[in-house]
Design a protein around this ligand. Sequence first.
Ligand code: TRP
Length: 331
Amino acid sequence: MKKRILTGDRPTGKMHLGHYVGSLKNRVKLQDTYEQFIMIADVQALTDNFDNPEKVRASIKEVLLDYLSVGIDPQKTTIFIQSFIPEIAELTVFYLNLVTLERVLRNPTVKDEIKQKGFGKNIPAGFAMYPVSQAADITFLNAHLVPVGEDQLPMIEQTREIVRKFNSLYGKVFVEPEALVGEVKRLPGIDGNAKMGKSLGNAIYLSDSEEELKRKVMGMYTDPKRIHPTDPGNPEGNPVFIYHDVFNPNRDEVEDFKKRYKEGKIGDVEIKTRLFEVLNNFLEPIREKRSKFEGKDKELDEILLAGTKKTLDVASETMQKVRKAMKIDYF
Ligand code: TRP
């Protein structure tokens, strides 16, 4: 039997190049060798967007289109919607008994988000608990592998703790899942920020048009100390070179750019113009695939409905095991 993958994304907007290198690329690659489930995490999206359900609703199709456009194939991968699986909520309630408040608030990703969102002392309880709910997401299908971005590693760690606790209390029901992070762990933003993020306004989206891409690439942050093309520049940690390293298949060209940059023998415009071409070549087939599905609402709904139905069947199998282990299978 194939091992299972479970992973997912909050539907809060479009997906970007950071998502691609961090996780989507692995998902496309692994959908043949694993039984893959991808969850559109609307319940989790609502933990910090409960006052903006319209945004979450509008992003469901957006995220689905992003998946399909990069080559996630609904014939191989089951795509489903979190809120339609009540078993996840059920399992979350049981898991909450196995975790302390102190421990959830110590999760570094949650801590960062609390700061970033400016919750101060008014942290919504649902938000603080989302790692526990994420443990339920991962385990209700007994997934072995979780392809995610680096920022999600603390969630997998916490899931493993919950699994160990559950298994030691009630008997072995769950496997301890492993995280899988992309070869390129973190892609900087076009503004030089260490992380590309939709809330940071520094992302190149998978659905960006050629014009948008050009505008973004030509305006990218580079070595701030370099004023003239004849000034020696530093390619280290420079986002333009990091993107070249990741996306430009012509290694010799990239090495030549770096050398000339260090010597002050090449202008930013030349390097950026080439980067635009490289990224455009990468995005072109993605845009094309996207356009095949765009506006086909019925087809898109069917993908989600079929995926959700299949997931529900697996979910009820796990819950029977959980009820038995927890001795709440009264009848
Ligand atoms: N936390 C993830 C994000 O912010 C989304 C997510 C929810 C997820 N449940 C998951 C990822 C389970 C992997 C596994 O994008």
